[in-house]
Design a protein around this ligand. Structure first.
Ligand code: EPU
Length: 346
């Protein structure tokens, strides 16, 4: 059954979200629409307000666990396009619409000589999701480039622009996962890039994979793509959401104690008093790497990645709980789930 609203917005009922999430979980959205234009977003929000429906936005669906059917209106944000504004010296600001694919934009920027995003190649998902968890990889985080985020406030339909400071970025977190969770729909992201190559090869496995110590941005992009392809499963082939847990941040004193008992545990400095531990190592050392529990499991090449062979959200979350408990009992370290969980956990 479909209900057409003025102009081209179509709101459908009882739609399976399986094609819209990279874990390939089947779950039904009570109402669903694809938003191609900003006008449609305003219309969709009006429809939700009028009918007292909860609004759930989806981007590429690559950082999401759907735990149950979703009541209310699910919006797939498919806004496209980019605009470029030169700023001082060799810099330029590029405003990307939220529905643009992240990796396609990284490649587009490199081809045009707009540098900075090479280390973030091949991260799945769309532009609009990138600020939510402040995506990061191989020594670089999104917040280093972010100028502003354009949002529509769900409650009022107001268009607002948030600065980088407003976004309260941290390691895999932002205001969109904290105080402003569920408050805004991200419609565009502006990044400041450089016309001069600016390379960062500090991340050990990246440095080790490069033949030159003065690589070009293209060489970095290629190296990152190669490492990711060798370790991380392609969601189109084996459904996954990338890292399922954050790397835990603990007091440095605790990290020092763990280092005595487990000298091979990778530990990175985080702040003056805290350190970051490699969650993948903790999980692997609890024996989960490559394990299978029915139709879900842990990837054989990266213990931080849970994979869905043919299971559902509950099976994935049950395996995540088993891993969390075992890591806590073994190392006294609490793991935190990285993707958003939508729906109700049963
Ligand atoms: N390791 C293991 N077992 C494994 C995998 C890794 O012991 O199965 C060890 C490695 O030997 C290494 C350490 O863990 O010493 C770190 O491994 P890796 O470089 O693969 O990075 P990570 O900490 O596991 C993080 C991000 C990834 C990102 C990489 C590279 C988080 C939660 N994850 O993973 O991000 O690609 O660094 O920068 O911070 C994502 O967020 O979806 C994601 C893939």
């Amino acid at each position: 059954m479909t209900e057409a609203l003025p102009a081209e917005l179509t709101i459908e009922q009882s739609i399976d979200l399986k094609p819209y999430n990279s874990l390939s979980i089947s779950a039904v959205a009570e109402y669903f629409c694809v938003v191609d234009h900003i006008d449609q977003l305003h219309r969709a929000l009006n429809f939700a307000h009028k009918n007292k429906l909860k609004v759930t936005p989806l981007g590429g669906g690559s950082n999401l666990v759907i735990a149950s059917d979703i009541s209310g209106l699910v919006l797939q944000i498919n806004l496209k396009g980019l605009t470029i504004k030169p700023v001082e010296r060799d810099m330029l600001d590029i405003c990307f619409s939220a529905g643009e694919n992240w990796h396609a934009m990284v490649s587009h920027c490199l081809e045009n000589g707009w540098y900075g995003l090479e280390n973030l190649a091949l991260i799945p998902g769309n532009m609009g999701a990138a600020p939510i968890q402040n995506i990061g990889a191989y020594g670089v985080e999104l917040c280093e480039f972010l100028q502003s985020v354009e949002v529509v406030e769900v409650a009022t339909g107001k268009v607002l622009t948030l600065s980088c400071e407003d976004c309260e970025f941290g390691y895999r977190t932002s205001i969109f996962k904290q105080a402003a969770k569920d408050s805004y729909i991200i419609t565009a992201v502006t990044l400041r890039l450089s016309k001069m190559p600016r390379v960062n090869i500090e991340y050990p496995s990246l440095k080790a994979s490069l033949t030159s110590d003065q690589p070009t941005p293209k060489e970095i992009y290629q190296a990152v793509c190669k490492i990711r392809r060798s370790k991380l499963p392609d969601p189109a082939e084996i459904p996954n959401v990338g890292s399922f847990f954050k790397n835990p941040i603990v007091q440095s004193e605790m990290a020092a104690n763990l280092a005595v008992d487990y000298p091979e545990l990778p530990i990175y400095p985080y702040s003056v008093s805290s350190s970051k531990l490699a969650a993948a190592w903790l999980i692997e050392h609890c024996g989960f790497k490559g394990c299978r529990r029915g139709d879900v499991g842990v990837h054989p090449h990266q213990a931080l990645v849970l994979v869905n062979y043919q299971g559902n959200g509950s099976a994935i979350l049950a395996l995540a709980d088993e891993i969390k408990l075992q890591v806590l009992q073994t190392f006294s370290v609490e793991l935190e789930i990285e993707p958003r969980i939508y729906g109700t956990i049963t």
